[in-house]
Design a protein around this ligand. Structure first.
Ligand code: PEP
Ligand code: MN
Length: 345
């Protein structure tokens, strides 16, 4: 921790701070700047709450941590970028998220029926998606809205995987469902609304399957990384971060896609970062331009909602692409992916 003194601090106030720091068992190290003095406190990080309390002493401006609070997620902790390999059961082809390969995850918001998920899976595969998405447990604002097909939906996703060879990602909302969802899914998604469901994060951390963690709509980047830290701390190293828009004063879009989060996260962490332009914008016409922008910002992949007939979708129809629109988007993305020196399978 470092204690930043006010420019007006007196010698007596500084001496009092130094004495207090020693009392707490820390070694104070005073740095004399041109304008102000800073006291670096060397010692056990666990006592930092007591140091924080020194903020009330006269002459003290602020008390701040030196190190980032996310240690395992921090860039400094890893030599290399994390690459997460995913493969559908029994299939040879592998998707490497966080590698040179740009990854496309596509599928409906919700699994609605066998015909719907199988048709979507075939179409997105044909267009170039490497992973199928589809919600079986849906976090809905209204308790009267469709809540998902639950285990029936998971079974249909498994069927779609068997048919197409695409690995599947699906959301888990409750710690008690983690084992069941993990039985069917290749990647488990933790949604925006559950970003600080710490029991769920801990349960996900005990799994041996990758976790796709979506940023909350009111979550700072530091809080986002602290949630990833919960999963990493439990022993699961495979966390994919997903920027999906945050809530701002703007109402023209469902959320505001914080694309600057991509380069910030790339600087702060070794974990792969993908972008979900569907939930970020809420409007299907905005998905393609924001997909291009996400590639240019340095994302490792995209997650896009696709439905065979968006007008009939049980959830998020307005932001879902028709299969042919998705195919056009993938085609149009190619020069952008190439410009970023990445490949699109
Ligand atoms: C989803 O991906 O289906 C979803 C509900 O997204 P989010 O958690 O980002 O709202
Ligand atoms: Mn959705």
């Amino acid at each position: 921790m470092i204690i930043v003194m006010k420019t007006s601090t007196t010698k007596k106030e500084l001496a009092q701070v130094v004495a207090k720091v020693e009392d707490l068992g820390y070694k104070p190290h005073v740095l004399y700047g041109v304008e102000r003095k800073v006291v670096a406190c060397i010692g056990d990080e666990r006592g930092k709450a007591r140091l924080q309390a020194l903020e009330i002493l006269p002459g003290v401006e602020s008390v701040m941590p030196i190190l980032k609070p996310y240690k395992l997620a921090s860039h400094k902790m890893a030599q290399d970028k994390t690459v997460i390999k995913v493969r559908a059961n029994g299939r040879k082809s592998e998707v490497a998220i966080g590698s040179k390969q740009f990854v496309l995850i596509a599928g409906p918001c919700s699994v609605e029926s066998e015909a719907q998920i199988l048709a979507t899976a075939r179409a997105v595969k044909k267009a170039g998606a490497q992973i199928l998405r589809g919600g079986a447990y849906k976090p809905r604002t209204s308790p009267y809205a469709f809540q998902g097909m639950e285990e029936e939906g998971l079974k249909l996703l498994a069927k779609a995987r068997k048919l197409t060879g695409l690995p599947v990602v699906t959301e888990v909302m409750n710690p008690s469902d983690v084992a069941l969802v993990a039985k069917y899914a290749d990647i488990l998604q933790i949604g925006a609304r559950n970003i600080q469901n710490f029991a769920l994060l801990k349960a996900a951390g005990k799994l041996k399957k990758p976790i796709l963690l979506k940023r909350g709509m009111m979550t700072t980047i530091e809080e986002f990384l602290m949630s990833a830290e919960y999963i990493l701390k439990e022993g699961n190293p495979d966390v994919i971060l997903c920027e999906r828009g945050i809530r701002t004063f703007e109402t023209a879009t469902r959320n505001t896609l914080d694309l600057s989060a991509v380069p910030v996260l790339k600087k702060e962490t070794h974990l792969p970062v993908i972008v979900d332009p569907s939930h970020a914008t809420g409007h299907w016409e905005l998905v393609e331009p924001m997909s291009r922008a996400a590639v240019a910002a340095g994302a490792d992949g995209l997650m896009i909602e696709v439905h065979p007939d968006p007008s009939q979708a049980w959830s998020d129809g307005a932001q879902s692409l028709k299969p042919e629109t998705f195919a056009g988007l993938v085609k149009g993305l190619k020069p952008f992916v190439k410009a970023m020196k990445r490949t699109l399978a």
